[in-house]
Design a protein around this ligand. Structure first.
Ligand SMILES: Cc1ncc(COP(=O)(O)O)c(C=O)c1O
Length: 354
């Protein structure tokens, strides 16, 4: 029998989010960020579903780009980290990937090729994140000494678009000054900027998290629907006497006679080990608390208040009722990280499997 634990990938919700973002950012092209296996949602499910909505896709490195090229023969694909070695520039040319030039070595490897064998490029400029990107001086030298393809775009990445308007506007001003100076296409907006800074939309927007229904701000955005919905079924139920404890380290002990249900999902399935007791799951149309420590394959919940709970009953870990955003917030975790750490072990399907 198959273990009844899986992540339902709701492609209608995905398409809704992408369409909604496209509408919010109308006038700009939509580059959907699908690195890290589409933020844990499965590139093979997500890329075809977005094919008619996205104007382009962004991934982190060449291998991800080649995997995506096999799924979509025509769409523009941006490699955000650029080439790690000269071979990656050749691969980008062969597979028609657009390479980010993010440091001077990447610029040199790109310029070392004959001009008719160069891939398209986006020039990343460091406007304040101080992680990747050319300095203004490096960019100036490149643009003033070399003929770049007409489709070249200059882009940057915001460090604080979810929290700091002053820094975000400063970064944007640096980018647009350079973009205008050299007559280049421009791109800056990640998810929070798509939602809060219309002036940052420019030629291309690059949302990732919001496409998957993640909300980058403190409060949920009702326009964004969750895409990943993780479910399982109750494995076993037992009764504890007052004073008996549950799980590793006996971190939670019953204060009264208690019914405990065990669920076949744990941190090896991507349900974080640091999730605390009292975090809710959804059972029989109500929230029910986790008790005890999350172990590798199992968690335990207190179903004393749900007398009808029985082995085999469906439980939502996160999805429509328990929003990943809220789960992450209550446990001081990042929704981005939970999504991106979903392991192969957790089956992901756009068909309902339970
Ligand atoms: C360069 C770049 N652009 C866009 C994004 C998308 O950001 P978000 O998922 O916050 O929309 C990322 C994500 O890390 C990124 O690194």
């Amino acid at each position: 029998m198959t273990r009844p634990t899986f992540a339902y990938i709701d492609l209608q919700a995905l398409q809704h989010n992408a369409q909604w973002l496209k509408h919010q950012c109308k006038g700009s092209k939509l580059m959907c960020v699908v690195k890290a296996d589409a933020y844990g949602h499965s590139l093979a499910l997500v890329a075809p579903a977005l094919a008619d909505i996205a104007d382009g896709f962004a991934v982190a490195h060449s291998a991800e780009g080649i995997e995506l090229r096999a799924l979509n023969a025509d769409v523009p694909i941006l490699i955000l980290e650029g080439a790690f070695e000269p071979e990656d520039v050749e691969l980008a040319y062969q597979y028609r990937l657009t390479l980010a030039l993010t440091n001077i070595h990447q610029v040199n490897d790109y310029l070392a090729r004959p001009s008719q064998q160069r891939p398209s490029v986006w020039l990343k400029v460091d406007t304040g994140m101080h992680r990747l990107g050319l300095s203004e001086t490096q960019l100036t030298t490149l643009c003033e000494s070399h003929q770049l393809p007409a489709d070249t775009v200059i882009f940057t990445h915001f460090s604080d678009a979810d929290t700091d308007a002053i820094k975000t506007r400063l970064q944007l001003a640096k980018l647009t000054e350079l973009g205008r100076r050299y007559g280049l296409g421009m791109s800056a907006a990640n998810s929070p900027a798509c939602l809060h800074y219309p002036e940052s939309h420019l030629d291309w927007v690059r949302p990732g998290y919001a496409i998957y229904g993640g909300c980058p701000f403190d409060t949920l955005d009702p326009n964004l629907q969750p895409v990943m919905k993780v479910h399982t079924r109750i494995h076993s139920i037992r009764s504890l006497q007052s004073g008996e404890c549950v799980g590793y380290g006996s971190t939670w002990c019953a204060q009264q006679p208690t019914r405990i249900a065990t669920l076949p999902i744990g941190y090896a399935d991507g349900y974080p080990r640091s999730i605390k007791s009292a975090t809710p799951v959804w059972l029989h149309n109500r929230s029910v608390p986790i008790v005890g420590r999350v172990s590798m394959d199992l968690i335990t919940i207190d179903v004393t208040q749900v007398p009808q709970a029985a082995e085999g009953d469906l439980v939502e870990l996160w999805g429509d009722n328990i929003r990943l955003h809220t789960l992450a917030q209550h446990n001081d975790l990042s929704g981005y990280e939970i999504m991106a750490r979903i392991p192969k072990r957790l089956r992901r399907s756009s068909d309902w499997l339970l």
